[in-house]
Design a protein around this ligand. Structure first.
Ligand code: CDP
Length: 223
Protein backbone atom coordinates (compact mmCIF):
# COMPACT_ATOMS: atom_id res chain seq x y z
CA UNK A 1 0.00 0.00 0.00
CA UNK A 2 1.36 3.43 -0.82
CA UNK A 3 2.27 5.91 1.87
CA UNK A 4 -0.32 8.66 1.87
CA UNK A 5 0.77 12.11 3.14
CA UNK A 6 -1.72 13.20 5.76
CA UNK A 7 -2.44 16.87 6.45
CA UNK A 8 -4.46 17.06 9.67
CA UNK A 9 -6.41 20.25 10.32
CA UNK A 10 -8.45 20.86 13.47
CA UNK A 11 -10.29 23.90 14.65
CA UNK A 12 -13.51 25.34 16.02
CA UNK A 13 -16.66 26.15 14.06
CA UNK A 14 -16.33 29.15 11.78
CA UNK A 15 -12.53 28.99 11.60
CA UNK A 16 -12.82 28.36 7.86
CA UNK A 17 -11.54 24.81 8.22
CA UNK A 18 -13.76 23.15 5.63
CA UNK A 19 -13.38 25.61 2.78
CA UNK A 20 -9.67 26.14 3.44
CA UNK A 21 -9.03 22.38 3.64
CA UNK A 22 -10.87 21.76 0.41
CA UNK A 23 -9.05 24.52 -1.47
CA UNK A 24 -5.71 23.28 -0.11
CA UNK A 25 -6.48 19.75 -1.32
CA UNK A 26 -7.38 21.10 -4.75
CA UNK A 27 -4.18 23.11 -5.00
CA UNK A 28 -1.99 20.17 -3.99
CA UNK A 29 -3.97 17.56 -5.97
CA UNK A 30 -4.74 15.75 -2.75
CA UNK A 31 -7.96 14.21 -1.51
CA UNK A 32 -10.06 15.87 1.18
CA UNK A 33 -11.97 14.32 4.07
CA UNK A 34 -14.60 16.34 5.94
CA UNK A 35 -15.01 14.35 9.16
CA UNK A 36 -17.68 16.68 10.54
CA UNK A 37 -19.90 15.57 7.65
CA UNK A 38 -19.83 12.01 8.97
CA UNK A 39 -21.04 13.11 12.42
CA UNK A 40 -23.64 15.31 10.77
CA UNK A 41 -24.82 12.42 8.57
CA UNK A 42 -25.30 10.23 11.63
CA UNK A 43 -27.25 13.01 13.35
CA UNK A 44 -29.36 13.43 10.19
CA UNK A 45 -30.06 9.71 10.14
CA UNK A 46 -31.17 9.74 13.79
CA UNK A 47 -33.63 12.55 13.01
CA UNK A 48 -34.89 10.75 9.89
CA UNK A 49 -35.49 7.53 11.81
CA UNK A 50 -36.93 9.16 14.91
CA UNK A 51 -33.98 8.07 17.04
CA UNK A 52 -33.41 10.25 20.11
CA UNK A 53 -29.92 11.72 19.63
CA UNK A 54 -29.64 12.03 23.42
CA UNK A 55 -30.33 8.33 23.98
CA UNK A 56 -26.95 6.67 23.49
CA UNK A 57 -28.23 3.08 23.29
CA UNK A 58 -30.41 3.66 20.23
CA UNK A 59 -27.74 5.78 18.54
CA UNK A 60 -25.11 3.09 19.12
CA UNK A 61 -27.49 0.44 17.78
CA UNK A 62 -28.04 2.52 14.64
CA UNK A 63 -24.31 2.34 13.83
CA UNK A 64 -24.81 -1.31 12.84
CA UNK A 65 -26.79 -0.23 9.80
CA UNK A 66 -25.17 3.16 9.15
CA UNK A 67 -24.32 3.12 5.47
CA UNK A 68 -22.33 6.29 4.79
CA UNK A 69 -20.52 7.44 1.66
CA UNK A 70 -18.48 10.62 1.48
CA UNK A 71 -16.75 11.94 -1.62
CA UNK A 72 -13.08 12.66 -0.99
CA UNK A 73 -12.30 14.27 -4.33
CA UNK A 74 -12.36 18.03 -3.59
CA UNK A 75 -14.05 18.57 -6.95
CA UNK A 76 -16.70 15.94 -6.34
CA UNK A 77 -17.87 16.36 -2.78
CA UNK A 78 -21.03 14.54 -1.69
CA UNK A 79 -22.47 12.86 1.37
CA UNK A 80 -24.90 9.97 1.12
CA UNK A 81 -26.68 7.87 3.72
CA UNK A 82 -27.79 4.66 2.03
CA UNK A 83 -29.05 5.90 -1.33
CA UNK A 84 -30.16 9.32 -0.04
CA UNK A 85 -28.03 12.36 -0.96
CA UNK A 86 -27.77 14.46 2.22
CA UNK A 87 -24.97 16.85 1.20
CA UNK A 88 -27.06 19.96 1.84
CA UNK A 89 -29.51 18.58 4.39
CA UNK A 90 -26.77 17.85 6.93
CA UNK A 91 -26.05 21.62 7.18
CA UNK A 92 -29.59 22.40 8.34
CA UNK A 93 -29.90 23.97 11.80
CA UNK A 94 -31.99 21.01 13.06
CA UNK A 95 -29.02 18.72 12.34
CA UNK A 96 -26.48 21.19 13.73
CA UNK A 97 -28.45 21.37 16.96
CA UNK A 98 -28.18 17.62 17.70
CA UNK A 99 -24.79 16.75 16.20
CA UNK A 100 -22.81 17.45 19.39
CA UNK A 101 -25.01 15.03 21.38
CA UNK A 102 -24.29 12.28 18.87
CA UNK A 103 -20.57 13.11 18.66
CA UNK A 104 -20.20 12.91 22.43
CA UNK A 105 -20.94 9.16 22.55
CA UNK A 106 -17.64 7.24 22.92
CA UNK A 107 -18.86 4.31 20.78
CA UNK A 108 -19.76 6.75 18.00
CA UNK A 109 -16.31 8.32 18.16
CA UNK A 110 -14.58 4.93 18.07
CA UNK A 111 -16.67 3.95 15.03
CA UNK A 112 -15.84 7.21 13.24
CA UNK A 113 -12.11 7.09 14.01
CA UNK A 114 -11.92 3.60 12.47
CA UNK A 115 -13.91 4.76 9.46
CA UNK A 116 -11.68 7.81 8.89
CA UNK A 117 -8.50 5.74 9.18
CA UNK A 118 -9.87 3.29 6.59
CA UNK A 119 -10.66 6.16 4.22
CA UNK A 120 -7.14 7.62 4.71
CA UNK A 121 -5.50 4.25 4.04
CA UNK A 122 -7.57 3.74 0.92
CA UNK A 123 -6.90 7.20 -0.53
CA UNK A 124 -5.35 6.88 -3.95
CA UNK A 125 -3.73 10.31 -4.33
CA UNK A 126 -0.33 11.29 -2.89
CA UNK A 127 -1.95 12.99 0.06
CA UNK A 128 -5.17 13.74 1.88
CA UNK A 129 -6.27 16.77 3.88
CA UNK A 130 -8.37 15.61 6.83
CA UNK A 131 -10.26 18.21 8.84
CA UNK A 132 -12.20 18.06 12.07
CA UNK A 133 -11.77 18.40 15.81
CA UNK A 134 -9.60 15.43 16.81
CA UNK A 135 -7.57 14.73 13.69
CA UNK A 136 -4.23 16.08 14.96
CA UNK A 137 -4.63 14.26 18.27
CA UNK A 138 -6.66 11.06 17.83
CA UNK A 139 -7.38 10.19 14.20
CA UNK A 140 -3.93 10.91 12.73
CA UNK A 141 -1.48 11.99 15.45
CA UNK A 142 1.38 10.81 13.18
CA UNK A 143 0.30 13.02 10.27
CA UNK A 144 3.17 14.70 8.37
CA UNK A 145 1.53 18.10 8.85
CA UNK A 146 -0.68 19.00 11.82
CA UNK A 147 -2.39 22.37 12.01
CA UNK A 148 -4.80 24.01 14.42
CA UNK A 149 -6.72 26.63 12.46
CA UNK A 150 -8.07 29.29 14.76
CA UNK A 151 -9.63 32.74 14.52
CA UNK A 152 -10.94 35.16 17.10
CA UNK A 153 -14.45 34.44 18.33
CA UNK A 154 -15.64 37.63 16.65
CA UNK A 155 -14.22 36.65 13.26
CA UNK A 156 -15.66 33.15 13.49
CA UNK A 157 -19.14 34.43 14.32
CA UNK A 158 -19.01 36.92 11.46
CA UNK A 159 -17.95 34.22 8.99
CA UNK A 160 -20.64 31.80 10.11
CA UNK A 161 -23.32 34.51 9.89
CA UNK A 162 -22.22 35.28 6.34
CA UNK A 163 -22.64 31.58 5.49
CA UNK A 164 -26.17 31.49 6.87
CA UNK A 165 -27.93 34.44 5.27
CA UNK A 166 -31.29 35.19 6.78
CA UNK A 167 -30.42 33.82 10.20
CA UNK A 168 -30.07 36.38 12.95
CA UNK A 169 -26.41 37.11 13.67
CA UNK A 170 -27.07 37.03 17.38
CA UNK A 171 -28.78 33.65 17.26
CA UNK A 172 -26.01 32.22 15.07
CA UNK A 173 -23.39 33.49 17.52
CA UNK A 174 -25.23 32.02 20.50
CA UNK A 175 -25.62 28.62 18.83
CA UNK A 176 -22.02 28.56 17.69
CA UNK A 177 -20.57 29.26 21.10
CA UNK A 178 -22.88 26.76 22.79
CA UNK A 179 -21.83 24.05 20.27
CA UNK A 180 -18.14 24.90 20.76
CA UNK A 181 -18.62 24.66 24.51
CA UNK A 182 -20.29 21.25 24.23
CA UNK A 183 -17.73 19.95 21.73
CA UNK A 184 -14.70 21.16 23.66
CA UNK A 185 -15.79 19.10 26.65
CA UNK A 186 -15.13 16.02 24.52
CA UNK A 187 -12.00 17.03 22.57
CA UNK A 188 -9.76 20.03 23.10
CA UNK A 189 -9.56 21.77 19.73
CA UNK A 190 -8.97 25.24 21.17
CA UNK A 191 -5.37 24.57 22.23
CA UNK A 192 -2.73 23.04 20.01
CA UNK A 193 -1.33 19.70 21.16
CA UNK A 194 2.44 19.26 21.20
CA UNK A 195 3.94 19.52 17.74
CA UNK A 196 0.78 21.04 16.24
CA UNK A 197 1.20 24.37 14.45
CA UNK A 198 -1.35 27.07 15.28
CA UNK A 199 -2.47 29.16 12.32
CA UNK A 200 -4.53 32.17 13.34
CA UNK A 201 -6.65 33.32 10.41
CA UNK A 202 -8.27 36.31 12.15
CA UNK A 203 -6.38 38.83 10.03
CA UNK A 204 -6.16 36.69 6.90
CA UNK A 205 -8.64 36.48 4.07
CA UNK A 206 -9.56 33.16 2.48
CA UNK A 207 -6.84 33.18 -0.19
CA UNK A 208 -4.15 34.15 2.31
CA UNK A 209 -5.20 31.36 4.66
CA UNK A 210 -5.05 28.74 1.90
CA UNK A 211 -1.63 30.06 0.89
CA UNK A 212 -0.39 29.79 4.46
CA UNK A 213 -1.64 26.19 4.80
CA UNK A 214 -0.18 25.16 1.43
CA UNK A 215 3.15 26.62 2.44
CA UNK A 216 3.09 24.77 5.78
CA UNK A 217 2.40 21.55 3.86
CA UNK A 218 5.25 22.20 1.42
CA UNK A 219 7.66 22.88 4.28
CA UNK A 220 6.40 19.94 6.32
CA UNK A 221 6.74 17.43 3.52
CA UNK A 222 10.25 18.40 2.34
CA UNK A 223 12.57 15.67 3.47
O1 CDP B 1 -18.06 23.19 10.17
P1 CDP B 1 -18.57 23.18 11.58
O2 CDP B 1 -17.51 23.57 12.52
O3 CDP B 1 -19.87 23.85 11.76
O4 CDP B 1 -18.88 21.72 12.01
P2 CDP B 1 -18.41 20.36 11.38
O5 CDP B 1 -16.95 20.32 11.14
O6 CDP B 1 -19.33 20.05 10.26
O7 CDP B 1 -18.71 19.35 12.61
C1 CDP B 1 -20.01 19.15 13.09
C2 CDP B 1 -19.92 18.53 14.47
O8 CDP B 1 -19.35 17.23 14.38
C3 CDP B 1 -19.09 19.27 15.49
O9 CDP B 1 -19.85 20.27 16.13
C4 CDP B 1 -18.69 18.14 16.45
O10 CDP B 1 -19.72 17.88 17.37
C5 CDP B 1 -18.58 16.94 15.54
N1 CDP B 1 -17.22 16.58 15.13
C6 CDP B 1 -16.43 15.86 16.00
O11 CDP B 1 -16.85 15.60 17.12
N2 CDP B 1 -15.19 15.43 15.61
C7 CDP B 1 -14.72 15.70 14.39
N3 CDP B 1 -13.52 15.24 14.02
C8 CDP B 1 -15.50 16.46 13.49
C9 CDP B 1 -16.73 16.91 13.90
Amino acid sequence: MKNVIVVAIDGPAGSGKSSVSRATARELHYNYLDTGAAYRALAWRCLADGIDAHGPTAVIQSLLTFDLSIGIDPDDYFVRVGSVAVTDDIREPRVTSVVSAVARIPEVRAFMVELFRRVIRGSEKDGIVVEGRDITTIVAPDAEVRILLTASEEARMARRSAELPGASAEKTARELSSRDAQDSRVVDFMNAAEGVITLDSTELDFGQTVKAVVSLVRTGTQH
